[in-house]
Design a protein around this ligand. Structure first.
Ligand code: C5P
Length: 410
C-alpha cells in the first residue's frame, strides 16, 4: 500500500474527472493528480485548449495513466470524445485550476470546449478551485459568478491569500493540492455513500405552505425548506428516485431530485398523496399550515374602522392521511416543539403512524428554522437517539442512515 492511501479512505476507488483550465496554477494539477492517485482514486483528465500551454498532456497522461482529452473528437481518426459518457463515468468533476473565464462560462452555460460540455451534462458533484489575479477574483462579476454557481450546488475550494504569478500579493492563489484532496475526501465522507437506495422511490415534503387571504395577503410560517431539501438530496445521492413536493423556498433543487412546487396545504396534500401511491416511503418535512382562511376573497379586503375577524378552517393532515394508508411503506415525520417535547413527539409517532419521528425543540440554540444547523432526537417505537448540534446536511445523512437501517431490518 502506498503511503498516504489509508489517510483518505473516502477517496479510494472514486472516479475523479480532473478539468484543467488555462492558468499558471495548472502546474499544481500534476501534484494534485499524483495525490489523488496515491489516495486510490482513478483519474481522467480533460484540458481546455489553453491549458496545454501551461502543462503538457504528456505529463498529465503519464501521471493519470490515462490519455488526455482536449478536443471533441480526434482529428486523426474522427473518434468522438463523448462528454456524456465522461460525465456518467465520474463520481466527481474537479476543475482545478478554474479560471475566471471558465467560471463565467459555467455560469452562463457556454459550451465551447469539451470541459464545458462535460460540466453541463455531468450529474455528479462538481468542485472548482478558482485561480486568478486578486483583482479578477475580487471583481463583482467573478464574485457573482461564484455565488450563482454555489447556489446551483457547485462546491468551491476557496483560493488562498498569497503571492500571485503577477507578483502581486492577495487572494486568488489556487488552494494547495493537499487542501483540495482533503476537501474532496471530506465531501465524499459526507455525501459519497454508495448507491444503497437504488430502485427505491421516496416522496419528501418541504418548506412552508402559503394560504391566501385575498389576492394580496397570505398566511405562512418561517420554514426555509433547508432540512427537507437536504434529506431529498441525500436520498438522491444514495440512488433513490425522489419527488420533492415543495412549498415556497429560495433553495436550488438538489441534484437528481424531481421537484414539484405547490402553494397551499390543499395543493401539497394532493401532490404528496398522488406521489405516495407509487413510492416506497415518504419523509414529511414541510411546515404545513394547520388552518387556512375559510374563504379566499376575490378582491383585496378593505380596512374598516373596527377589528377584523378572519374565519379559519382546519387543513387536512397530509402525514396522518399517508400514515393511515401506508401499508408496508416507510413514513418519517417531524415534530417541532416548544414544550413537552418528547411526549408530544411520541404522540405524533402513534397518531400519524410514523416509523420514526425527528424531534427538534425550539428551546435548543441552533435548532429549527432558518439556520444551517439542527439539533434533533430520532424517536421510534423502541429507541430514542439524541444527536448533537450538527449541520442540516449531516442531520440528513443520519436520518437517511436510519431509514436504511429500518428498511434492512424488514
Ligand atoms: O401535528 P404537527 O403539525 O406538529 O406534525 C408535524 C408533522 O406532520 C410533520 O412531519 C409535518 O410535515 C406533518 N404534517 C403534515 N400535514 C399537516 C400538518 C403536519 O404532513 N397538515
Amino acid at each position: 500500500m502506498e503511503s498516504g492511501r489509508a489517510a483518505r479512505p473516502a477517496l479510494e476507488g472514486r472516479r475523479i474527472l480532473l478539468g484543467i483550465t488555462g492558468s499558471i496554477a495548472a502546474y499544481k494539477a500534476a501534484v494534485l493528480c499524483r495525490l489523488l492517485k496515491t489516495a486510490g482514486a482513478e483519474v481522467r483528465v480533460v484540458m481546455t485548449p489553453l491549458a496545454k500551454q501551461f502543462i503538457t498532456p504528456l505529463t498529465m497522461a503519464t501521471l493519470s495513466k490515462n490519455p488526455i482529452l482536449v478536443e471533441f473528437f480526434d482529428p486523426e481518426n474522427g473518434a468522438w470524445n463523448s462528454h456524456i459518457s465522461l460525465g456518467e463515468w465520474a463520481d466527481c468533476l474537479l476543475i482545478a485550476p478554474a479560471t475566471a473565464n471558465t467560471l463565467a462560462k459555467m455560469r452562463g452555460g457556454v459550451a465551447d470546449n469539451l470541459l464545458l460540455t462535460t460540466y453541463l451534462s455531468a450529474r455528479c458533484p462538481v468542485v472548482v478551485a478558482p485561480a486568478m489575479d486578486l483583482d479578477m477574483y475580487a471583481h463583482a462579476a467573478t464574485q457573482e459568478n461564484l455565488r450563482t454557481l454555489a447556489g446551483r450546488g457547485v462546491e468551491i475550494v476557496e483560493p488562498a491569500d498569497g503571492e500571485l504569478a503577477s507578483g502581486l500579493v492577495g487572494k486568488g492563489r489556487m488552494a494547495e493540492p493537499e487542501e483540495i484532496v482533503a476537501f474532496l475526501d471530506a465531501l465524499f465522507s459526507r455525501t459519497g455513500k454508495k448507491k444503497t437506495l437504488q430502485g427505491k422511490r421516496f416522496v419528501v415534503t418541504a418548506g412552508a405552505t402559503i394560504e391566501a387571504i385575498d389576492p394580496v395577503r397570505y398566511i405562512t410560517n418561517h420554514s426555509t425548506g433547508k432540512m427537507g431539501y437536504a434529506i431529498a438530496g441525500e436520498l438522491a445521492r444514495r440512488g433513490a428516485e425522489v419527488e420533492l413536493v415543495s412549498g415556497r423556498t429560495a433553495l436550488p433543487t438538489p441534484a437528481g431530485v424531481t421537484r414539484r412546487d405547490v402553494l397551499s396545504a390543499d395543493e401539497m396534500f394532493e401532490a404528496a398523496a398522488t406521489a405516495f401511491d407509487k413510492a416506497d416511503g415518504a419523509v414529511m418535512c414541510a411546515a404545513v399550515a394547520d388552518y387556512t382562511p375559510a374563504e379566499v376573497s376575490g378582491t383585496k379586503l378593505k380596512k374598516g374602522e373596527g377589528d377584523l375577524c378572519l374565519p379559519l378552517r382546519r387543513t387536512r393532515d397530509i402525514a396522518a392521511h399517508l400514515g393511515a394508508r401506508k401499508g408496508s411503506r416507510m413514513l418519517v415525520g417531524f415534530a417541532l416543539e416548544t414544550d413537552h417535547e418528547e411526549a408530544n413527539a411520541e404522540a405524533k409517532l402513534v397518531k400519524k403512524n410514523f416509523d420514526f419521528v425527528v424531534l427538534n425543540s425550539l428551546r435548543d440554540a441552533g435548532a429549527g428554522f432558518r439556520g444551517d444547523t439542527n439539533k434533533v432526537t430520532l424517536i421510534d417505537r423502541t429507541n430514542r437517539e439524541e444527536l448533537p448540534l450538527m449541520s442540516k446536511n449531516d442531520v440528513a445523512v443520519r436520518i437517511v442512515d436510519k431509514i436504511e437501517t429500518l428498511l434492512a431490518g424488514r
